[in-house]
Design a protein around this ligand. Structure first.
Ligand code: MV4
Length: 485
């Protein structure tokens, strides 16, 4: 095995992504260290890391306390820190603090983290390197009268977005001029409340676009390749629910153009590490940049599966200064992969998070099935974090095969003790529009009203199981079968 500049990595994250990074480290012959909060003491990833250090106190603050994390990294003799997603992953300040302390931040340069954290500055930068943009404002507007004039110039409907936000916070769709002022005020106020900054910008609003993103891998020497696209249109409340690679029903010429524009932009900006460029694609296949993510994303596995490239391992190697070992022409994308985010939430209670004790956990497996999860029987899901308890990823050579694989794998999945969104996924993969690949960002909201929410119950619950067993016993008796024990 080659000798690495990085011998030991501290993982500043938790849950399935911490485990994913541990696995990448082990295959690279790198030692892994995790920090964990007091509610995460029973986490699978804590057991599987080579070393672990508790951080007492508030369970969320533990993963954000970067002075503490950097000092633990030094104490444990780590050469690098992997931030995963969420938490410190998009903090330019943290990336810089790592460098200042002689620790490699496994991610892009701090200036790129900062640039793409600023939605307006990233739009200006991306337009300059040839990426198509929606009509809108480049500069923060602090004056409501100017803002209204700009909105009228663009033409309604428009969308107001927080310049330093995300997750739909500080976002408002304005259909008519008369509603503008009120919406502008509430977007600004919400933005201040959630992000501490009130700057907003305005864009032309597209109705029910597709959300399509391009995975980039770039080294420190100007080699930039893409690993294809993902469709992440199936979202609820700005949370992705299902992700697909490659996007079904995307025009091939448009796809090639997305690849060309994206790689060229990253080359021109000197981006390094892995990253994702997000676009909105309208009904006529016009595409527009919305934002760039400078972290590894939750949905990276669908791309790993169709490309055969281990994105986390390449991210680590890029950070230690390796050049890419493959050229664009060597990347062959094969088949379709679909990821289902498995959340502990109750579809019958407006998808409220439902943390608690998993009393039985039987994950699907078999050919073409990947599970990225830290769940197990008798694991108590802490209430302090988001509700995602794992990801089911399926793969097949064609779309129809991937859908059948998904139906089978989801039917196999058994989780008892907490309600989950698995029954919702089971309905989606049997929906004709999904089967036909007809997806856009309006899909899930529309379908939720047609899905029978009463039917979205866990077939896994005790009552259903007892009914099933009674049925079997009746059948056995009716057929006069001999049952051997
Ligand atoms: C948009 C849009 C339509 N037009 N931008 C961006 C972040 C993502 N979370 C939602 N985003 C959108 N940006 C323009 N110019 C539509 C969305 C969007 C959306 C907006 C409001 C309510 C629900 C939505 C679901 C998916 C996408």
């Amino acid at each position: 095995m080659k000798t690495h500049k990085i011998n030991k990595i501290l993982i500043a994250n938790r849950g399935e992504i911490a485990l994913r990074i541990i696995r990448a480290c082990k295959e690279l012959g790198i030692k892994s260290v995790v920090v964990f909060s007091e509610v995460d003491v029973n986490g699978v990833w804590v057991r599987k890391a080579d070393e672990c250090y508790p951080i007492m106190g508030d369970p969320i603050a533990a993963y954000l306390d970067y002075e503490r994390i950097i000092s633990l990294a030094k104490k444990a003799d780590c050469d690098a820190i992997h931030p995963g997603y969420g938490f410190l992953s998009e903090s330019a300040e943290f990336a810089q603090a790592c460098i200042d302390n002689g620790i490699i931040f496994i991610g892009p340069k701090p200036e790129h983290v900062a640039l793409f954290g600023d939605k307006m500055a990233s739009k200006v930068a991306m337009r300059e390197v040839g990426v198509p943009m929606l009509p809108g404002t480049d500069e923060p507007i602090d004056n409501i009268n100017d803002a209204e004039k700009i909105a009228e110039g663009i033409g309604f409907p428009i969308i107001i977005k927080a310049a330093f936000g995300g997750g739909g916070r500080g976002m408002r769709i304005v259909e008519k001029a008369k509603d503008f002022k009120e919406m502008y005020e509430s977007a600004t106020n919400e933005s201040i409340r959630f992000f501490g900054r009130g700057e907003v910008f305005i864009e032309k609003y597209l109705k029910n676009p597709r959300h399509i993103e391009i995975q980039i891998v770039a080294d420190k020497y100007g080699n930039v390749v893409h690993l294809g696209d993902r469709d992440c249109s199936i979202q609820r409340r700005h949370q992705k629910v299902i992700e697909i690679a490659p996007s079904p029903l995307l025009n091939e010429a448009v796809r090639r153009e997305l690849y060309r524009v994206s790689t060229k932009a990253m080359f021109k900006l000197g981006y390094e590490s892995v990253g994702t460029i997000e676009y909105l694609v309208d009904q006529d296949d016009n595409f527009y940049f919305i934002e760039m993510n400078t972290r590894v994303q939750v949905e990276h596995p669908v791309t790993e599966i169709i490309s055969g490239i281990d994105i986390i391992q390449r991210m680590i190697e890029i950070a230690e200064g390796d050049s890419l070992k493959f050229m664009q022409e060597e990347i062959k994308l094969r088949g379709y992969a679909i990821e289902f985010r498995i959340n502990a939430e109750n579809p019958k209670l407006n998808f409220a998070p439902s943390p608690g004790l998993i009393t039985n956990y039987m994950a699907p497996g078999g050919p073409g099935v990947r599970m990225d999860s830290c769940a197990y029987t008798n694991y108590k899901i802490p209430a302090n974090y988001d509700s995602m308890i794992g990801k089911l990823i399926v793969w097949a050579l064609d779309w129809e095969g991937a859908v059948r694989k998904a139906q089978r794998a989801l039917d196999e999945f058994l989780i008892e003790g907490v309600p989950t969104n698995i029954p919702l996924h089971r309905q989606i993969v049997r929906d004709q529009d999904f089967i036909d690949g007809k997806l856009d960002t309006g899909y899930l909201d529309t379908k939720l009203s047609t899905f029978n929410l009463d039917a979205i119950h866990n077939m896994d619950d005790e009552e259903a199981k007892m009914k099933e067993i009674e049925g079997i016993i009746k059948a056995i008796n009716a057929h006069n079968l001999t049952v051997r024990h």
